[in-house]
Design a protein around this ligand. Structure first.
Ligand code: NAP
Length: 663
C-alpha cells in the first residue's frame, strides 16, 4: 500500500477541496500517525465514534468544530509535505500501530493485529526472502508448476517471479482470473469491498465502485499478471490431469492436456495447486432435467447468445450467484420464477451500487497513507469483528433460532430489515425469513433482492420441485410452470476439493483415495504427509465465511509456501514434507473449532459440509490467527529429505523445466 504521492504542484485550494470529501476517521488517524503519535489526536474531542455500519459514517461522529479542526490540520500537514517543509515519519512501531488502530475504529483493537496490519498496509515488508543468496544453479534448476491462474495461482506466480524461482503456470482457460473469468452472468460482481478485495501489494485506487463488477475484477487480475511479469510463464488452454511423485528423483511428473487433447508432461520440483473451491458447477439431479426443450445452463456458464427479453425464465437456487443475477434477469424477462429450496439471510448494503467519486480516488492516490488506513477500516470491519457471532454458546437458551447473544441480535436486526423491505407484501414473509441462525449459510448482500421479489413479473416459489418436463417445472402439488429458459444457480462441487485431479505421492499413494469422495484435509489447508513438495492454495478448511477477503487468505498461504520453498532451496534438500503428527494435530484442532461454529448447526444446510456432516471448506480461525499460523512455516512440522548442499537439486531438475508435448 506504500506508494508514490503526487502532491507536488497541487494548489492549496485543490487539496482543501479534496479534504472536504475525506473520511474523518482516516484523517484523524493519519494526523496521529504523521505526527508520530501526538497526544492531541487521541483526545476524546477527535476520537472517531464506534460504528457498526459496513461503511462507517465519513464524519466519524465528530462535532462540526472538531471536523473543521481536523481538516485544517490535515491541510497544513499536506502543504508542508508538498513544499518539502516536512517529511514522512518512519513507519509506526507495533505499540503506536495498536494505538492508531484503536483510535481509528473507536473500539479496542487487539495488539495482535499490529504486526499483521503493519504488513498489510505496507508499513513493513511482507515478502519472504531467500535466507541467503543461494547458489545460482540451485535456484535456476528448481522448477515449480502452479496449477491455475485464478487469484491464488496468480499470487503464487507473482511471488515466485519476485524470488527468481523458475515456474510454469498451467491454466485450463484462455485467460487469467479463474472464477472472475468464468462467471459472467448479469450483475456478477464482488460483495467484499474492493479496496480490501485486492492484493495488498497491488492496490488499485481507481475502482469505479465500492463493489466492482466482474469485468473490472477480471481486468484488475489481468493487469496484475501483466505488471508483475507472469504472463509469459502461463500456458493457457492447458488442463492438468494429475501428477505422480517420483520417489527416487524427488520430482513431480505433472500430466496435462492442451486444448487439442494432446498430452504434455512437465517435471517439477514442487507443485502449487490453486484450482479453487468454486468452479466445478453442481447441477441438481431433478427427474426429467434432460427432457426440457428450451435452453438450460448453469449460472457460471451463462449463455450470452440467448436474449431473455420477454421470455419465461426460471432461476433454480437462491445463493450468492442467484441473488446477483435475478435483478437484471427480472428486468429483461417477461416472467421470472425463482425456485427456492431454503431462504437466505440478506444484509442491507446501501453502498452496493455506489460509485467511487473522483475526490475519493484523488485522496487514495495522493494523500500519503490515506489508502492504507482506508483499507484498514474495511479490513477490520469486514473481518474478525464478526467472528464471535458464529461461535456456538452451549448455554444459549434459544439454540433453535440463534447460537449466542450477538448472533441473536443479528437475527433481530436482519429480521427487522427483511420486514421493512417486504413491506405490504406480507405473503413473502414466511418464505424469506430463515429459521436457521444468521451466518449458518453465507451471508448475502442486498442488491435489491427484496425489491426484485416484489416485482409484478417475479414469483418466488418455495414448493418442492417434482420434475422437469419438456415445457417447464412441475411442482410437488402438480402445478406446472411453463418456461422458456432454466438457469441453474445451484452452486459448485465444493467439498470435492481435488476435482478430477489425481496426485500420486510417495509409494504411489493416491490423494483422491486418502481424501475419499469429499473428506479433504491438509495441514493449514496447505500440505499433506506422503505428498512432498505439494502445496494447496484455497485448500481444505480455508474458505472464509465469517468475513474477510479470500485474496488476503491467498496471500497468507502463498507466503507460507514461499517460506517452505526458499527453505528447501537454501537447505539443498530434495523434499519438504509435512509430518503426520502435525497434520493430525492441526485437523483435530480444526474439527474441534468448526464443530463449535454456526455451520454445524443442524438447521443450516450449506456448501461447507461434506456428506458426513464435517465442515471441509471453511476456516474456523480469525484472520489474524491464520495470518500468524502461516506467517512462517514451523519447520519442526516438516521432514526434509534428499541430498544436502544443493547438489541433489541440480541433478534433480535436469530437464525439469522442459515441457514436452506428447509422450
Ligand atoms: P450456493 O451458495 O451453493 O447456492 C446454491 C443454491 O441452489 C442454494 O440456494 C441451494 O439451495 C440451491 N440448490 C442447490 N441444489 C438444488 C436443488 N437440487 N434444488 C433446488 N435448489 C437447489 O451457490 P452460489 O450461489 O453459486 O454461490 C456459491 C459461493 O460462491 C457463494 O457462497 C460465495 O462464496 C461465492 N460467490 C460469491 C459472490 C460474490 O462475491 N458476490 C457471488 C457469487 C458466488 P439450499 O440453500 O437449500 O442448498
Amino acid at each position: 500500500m506504500q506508494g508514490t504521492w503526487e502532491l507536488a504542484g497541487t494548489p492549496d485550494e485543490e487539496i482543501e477541496r479534496a479534504l472536504a470529501g475525506a473520511d474523518l476517521r482516516v484523517l484523524v488517524v493519519l494526523l496521529a500517525q504523521l505526527t508520530g503519535g501526538d497526544d492531541r489526536w487521541f483526545q476524546p474531542r477527535y476520537q472517531p465514534a464506534f460504528d457498526i455500519n459496513l461503511f462507517s459514517d465519513p464524519d466519524a461522529g465528530l462535532s462540526v468544530e472538531a471536523q473543521a479542526e481536523v481538516r485544517a490540520a490535515a491541510l497544513e500537514v499536506l502543504i508542508a509535505l508538498r513544499d518539502g517543509k516536512a517529511t514522512l515519519p518512519p513507519p509506526p512501531d507495533e505499540h503506536l500501530m495498536a494505538k492508531l488502530m484503536t483510535l481509528c475504529m473507536g473500539e479496542p483493537v487487539g495488539p495482535e493485529y499490529a504486526p499483521m496490519m503493519l504488513e498489510q498496509l505496507g508499513f513493513r515488508p511482507a515478502d519472504v526472502e531467500l535466507p541467503e543468496p543461494p547458489r545460482r544453479e540451485a535456484l535456476e534448476s528448481f522448477h515449480v508448476v502452479v496449477i491455475g491462474a485464478g487469484v491464488s495461482g496468480l499470487c503464487a506466480a507473482i511471488k515466485l517471479e519476485r524470488l527468481g524461482i523458475s515456474y510454469t503456470v498451467l491454466e485450463k482457460n484462455d485467460s487469467v482470473g479463474g472464477t472472475w473469468y468464468e462467471n459472467s452472468y448479469p450483475d456478477c460482481g464482488v460483495d467484499t469491498p474492493n479496496h480490501f478485495y485486492s492484493f495488498s501489494f497491488a492496490p488499485n485506487h481507481d475502482w469505479s465502485c465500492y463493489f466492482s463488477k466482474r469485468d473490472e475484477l477480471h481486468a484488475y487480475l489481468q493487469s496484475c499478471a501483466h505488471e508483475f511479469g507472469v504472463l509469459p510463464h502461463i500456458r493457457f488452454g492447458t488442463t492438468v490431469v494429475g501428477a505422480d511423485f517420483d520417489d527416487e528423483a524427488g520430482v513431480w511428473d505433472v500430466t496435462a492436456r492442451d486444448a487439442d487433447g494432446n498430452e504434455l508432461r512437465i517435471a517439477a520440483n514442487a507443485v502449487v495447486c490453486g484450482i479453487g473451491q468454486l468452479n466445478r458447477p453442481k447441477l441438481p439431479t431433478i427427474e426429467g432435467m434432460e427432457t426440457f426443450a428450451g435452453p438450460s445452463f448453469h449460472s457460471s456458464r451463462w449463455r450470452h447468445d440467448i436474449d431473455l427479453e420477454g421470455l419465461r425464465v426460471a432461476v433454480i437456487g437462491t445463493g450468492a450467484s442467484a441473488i446477483q443475477l435475478v435483478r437484471t434477469t427480472a428486468e429483461r424477462a417477461g416472467r421470472l420464477t425463482i425456485f427456492q429450496r431454503s431462504p437466505q439471510w440478506v444484509l442491507s448494503n446501501p453502498d452496493y451500487y455506489r460509485e467511487v467519486d473522483d475526490t475519493k480516488k484523488w485522496l487514495l492516490h495522493n494523500v500519503p497513507h490515506y489508502a492504507a488506513w482506508y483499507r484498514f477500516i474495511l479490513f477490520y470491519r469486514f473481518a474478525d469483528a464478526l467472528h464471535g457471532a458464529l461461535q456456538i454458546d452451549p448455554d444459549w437458551p434459544h439454540p433453535d433460532r440463534s447460537i449466542n447473544a450477538q448472533n441473536d441480535r443479528h437475527r433481530e436486526y436482519l429480521t427487522r430489515y427483511i420486514r421493512a423491505q417486504v413491506g405490504d407484501r406480507t405473503d413473502l414473509l414466511p418464505k424469506v425469513i430463515p429459521s436457521y441462525p444468521p451466518w449458518g449459510k453465507r451471508m448475502l448482500m442486498d442488491n435489491d433482492w427484496f425489491k426484485t421479489l416484489k416485482r409484478d413479473n417475479v414469483e418466488l416459489v418455495d414448493d418442492a420441485i417434482r420434475r422437469i418436463t419438456p415445457t417447464g417445472v412441475e411442482l410437488a402439488d402438480g402445478r406446472l410452470i411453463e418456461l422458456d429458459v432454466i438457469v441453474y444457480a445451484t452452486g459448485f462441487e465444493t467439498t470435492r476439493i481435488l476435482g478430477s485431479l489425481e496426485f500420486r505421492g510417495r509409494g504411489g499413494q493416491s490423494l483422491a483415495e486418502r481424501w475419499g469422495d469429499d473428506d479433504a484435509r491438509a495441514n493449514l489447508g496447505i500440505t499433506v504427509p506422503g505428498f512432498p513438495n505439494l502445496f494447496f492454495l484455497y485448500g481444505p478448511n480455508t474458505n472464509l465465511a465469517h468475513g474477510g477477503s479470500i485474496i488476503f487468505h491467498a496471500e497468507c498461504q502463498v507466503r507460507y509456501v514461499m517460506g517452505c520453498l526458499t527453505e528447501l532451496i537454501a537447505r539443498g534438500a530434495q523434499t519438504i514434507e509435512c509430518t503426520p503428527e502435525a497434520y493430525e494435530e492441526y485437523n483435530r484442532r480444526v474439527d474441534d473449532a468448526v464443530g463449535r461454529m454456526v455451520w454445524a448447526h443442524p438447521g443450516a444446510t450449506n456448501w461447507y459440509r461434506n456428506s458426513a456432516g464435517r465442515v471441509v471448506c471453511n476456516s474456523p480461525w480469525r484472520l489474524v490467527d491464520y495470518w500468524q499460523m502461516t506467517r512462517e512455516p514451523n519447520f519442526e512440522e516438516f521432514r526434509f529429505d534428499g541430498a544436502a548442499a544443493g547438489a541433489g537439486s541440480t541433478e534433480l531438475v535436469a530437464g525439469a523445466a522442459h515441457a514436452t508435448d506428447g509422450r
